[in-house]
Ligand binder design. Structure first.
Ligand SMILES: [Ca+2]
Length: 360
């Protein structure tokens, strides 16, 4: 074991079993070190890193869409992989992260505060262990804490629409208890996936929650619930918080197609805008055109900006100094009065209810 004494304690703990097995079997200690990993799986890539060899600069975050598209139907009706609604979302994401060696940190409300529970935590010795932790401890309310709001023009396979059914009188309603629900987005606006559970009363009177196989819904069922129902959390689809960067470069037309705006011809245009979630880094420029040396700042996915004028395709940001951003990077936000999203869900507000299935 001398060869491994320089390893960090955390890795040593998880390598111990493999090392002992290697020693017993007479194999070299290097075998054990190669199998060492801190936590549920070894981290080989990052979410915002381009998938090696991908010509479009698709990141591992961006690749999640194709993954969900390829596996979702395989879950439908599979009794061996029954999941309730939020658990389907956790299962898909954790499978994908483990497959590609991506780190996961899930925010959870523990002991009176939010903590990040990481896949790299040494207490998780396998993917199954981390998945089990997530399925037991987290529900749909926790998805609200671990996702961000996106627009319907950008939703994609693997995104979610969360329902908080008691927000409005529109059915369904569950008097006296908070009930959340999760839909996993399939083909946007056309298909979606969800799981549920049955509450089975046991002979001793206790209630056992039994997850059911995943179901696919289509057509009006999708639009009625995922697009129009007033009980949607935030009235918008949501995406995992660590999947902000879908491509490594901003999606922009070629420089010579962007064209220049004329400051002197700028027209007043006011509103709030948000940088598209697909944009990792967009330039803010001193003039409404691409020119060397006129970059004065950067914006990234989700940044909210106040606009005061437009010159061609360029929008001027509020402030004394001229700062311009190309409009292809931005989505207009609804008026403030209409956009008052509720405060983020407190994951632990209904912990006991969660155990009974209301935080699903
Ligand atoms: Ca309702």
């Amino acid at each position: 074991m001398l060869a491994s004494t320089n390893l960090p304690t955390r890795i040593l703990r998880s390598v111990r079993t493999a090392a002992i097995a290697a020693l017993v079997s007479g194999a070299f200690i290097t075998v054990a070190i190669a199998e060492a990993r801190a936590g549920a799986w070894s981290v080989r890539h990052q979410w915002d890193e381009a998938i090696p060899g991908d010509p479009d600069g698709t990141t591992f975050a961006g690749g999640y869409e194709a993954y969900v598209r390829s596996v979702a139907d395989g879950w439908v009706g599979d009794r061996e992989r029954a999941r309730d609604c939020a658990d389907f979302s956790y299962s898909l994401m954790i499978d994908y992260a483990a497959l590609h060696g991506l780190p996961v940190a899930l925010k959870n409300y523990e002991g009176g505060r939010f903590v990040a529970v990481r896949s790299t935590d040494a207490r998780f010795g396998s993917k199954e262990a981390y998945l089990r932790w997530a399925l037991v401890n987290l529900g749909a309310q926790n998805l609200a804490d671990n996702t961000f709001k996106i627009g319907y023009d950008e939703w994609r396979w693997g995104d979610m629409v969360l329902m908080d059914w008691n927000q409005t009188d529109t059915p369904p309603n569950y008097p006296g208890r908070t009930v959340w629900h999760t839909y996993v987005v399939g083909d946007p606006g056309k298909t979606a996936y969800w799981g549920t559970y049955n509450r089975v009363t046991q002979p001793d009177g206790s209630i056992r929650v039994v997850p059911q196989p995943i179901t696919r819904i289509t057509g009006r069922s999708v639009t009625d619930r995922l697009v129009e129902h007033p009980d949607r959390h935030g009235l918008a689809p949501r995406r995992w918080s660590f999947m902000r960067v879908l491509k490594t470069d901003p999606v922009l037309p070629a420089d010579d197609e962007i064209g220049a705006g004329d400051e002197d011809e700028a027209q007043p245009e006011t509103g709030r805008f948000a940088v598209k979630s697909s944009i990792s880094a967009g330039n803010v420029r001193r003039e409404p055109r691409i020119a060397d040396g006129n970059v004065v700042g950067r914006v990234g996915a989700g940044d909210e900006l106040t606009v005061i004028a437009r010159a061609g395709r360029w929008l001027r940001l509020a402030g004394e100094q001229p700062r311009w951003v190309h409009d292809s990077l931005l989505d207009r936000l609804p008026d403030a009065a209409a956009a008052s999203e509720r405060a983020p869900a407190e994951g632990a507000t209904d912990r006991i209810g969660g155990m009974l299935g209301s935080n699903r």
